[in-house]
Ligand binder design. Structure first.
Ligand code: MG
Length: 265
């Protein structure tokens, strides 16, 4: 039976601190030789994911900004995609969440009405984003090319802010370092289930695998047949309730490698 791998990036395929994929390279080659699509499913932007796709020569569909949209290389599925799509560059796109303009205008409004002092990517210069995140300037500018969501990079917000956000049709997703605000419809699990249905149309029965490191991977992991959780740098596992996951006793990319070995054996 054909297999598919849905994978988180930060702290999973990539080292959480250095964003290096060095420890994952061997396993990526094994997946490619076995013809297993490697589907990124992450909070990262299209521009950030394209950087890693190019560096790793991965040409499969990918899910951006916490399930806000699915990018499918043109012609990847030979039959037509039965969803509302649009084309941009070399991709056919299934958009699940609203555009970043809506998120930004809501955040601006709340910031003013509630006299809050937080800053998101849009408020900051690339050098400042680089200082805060530890990304180099090029990586910071890729993170700033946002299409669907915004991230609170500095400043405090309080409970009422989240209540107002959710009343406005948004939700807050805690990442490994920062909180990201997305359209409430954006959902990694929904994106995984749409792509799974497209692969089933292409290949018939398939087995899906998912791997992540954090609570924000729960929706993705809940939609896969076999789910794995790798360890955080302090060697503990994020607590995911209500879903069945296989815990792997290695941190980040070293755990990712073990997952690939297990799924291919
Ligand atoms: Mg992660």
């Amino acid at each position: 039976m054909k297999k598919l791998l849905f994978t988180d990036l930060d702290g999973t395929l990539l080292d959480l601190e250095t964003y290096s994929f060095k420890q994952s390279l061997g396993a990526i080659e094994r997946l490619k030789s076995a013809g297993v699509p490697i589907i990124f499913c992450s909070s990262k932007t299209k521009s950030e994911q394209e950087f890693y796709r190019q560096a790793l020569d991965i040409n499969d569909p990918f899910i951006v900004e916490n399930g806000s949209a699915i990018y499918i290389p043109k012609g990847y599925f030979s039959s037509s995609v039965p969803f509302n799509t649009f084309y941009t560059g070399d991709y056919e796109v299934i958009q699940i969440g609203n555009s970043v303009d809506n998120v930004r205008s809501t955040l601006k409004q709340l910031k003013q009405e509630m006299s809050l002092g937080f800053n998101v990517y849009e408020d900051l210069a690339v050098e400042k984003v680089s200082d805060i995140t530890g990304l180099d300037n090029d990586a910071a500018s890729r993170a700033m090319q946002r299409d669907y969501s915004e991230t609170i990079l500095e400043g405090e917000v309080h409970e009422d802010f989240y209540i107002n956000l959710s009343a406005g049709g948004y939700r807050c997703i805690p990442g490994s370092k920062y909180k990201t605000i997305v359209d409430a419809r954006a959902n990694k699990g929904r994106a995984v289930s749409i792509l799974t249905s497209l692969f089933k149309k292409k290949w018939g029965e398939i087995e899906t695998y998912g791997v992540g490191d954090s609570t924000n991977d729960a929706e993705m992991l809940a939609e896969t047949d076999t789910a794995y959780l790798v360890q955080k740098p302090n060697r503990s596992w994020s607590s995911l309730t209500g879903i069945e996951v296989n815990t792997i006793s290695e941190v980040g990319p070293l755990g990712w490698k073990l997952v690939v070995e297990e799924m291919l054996n």
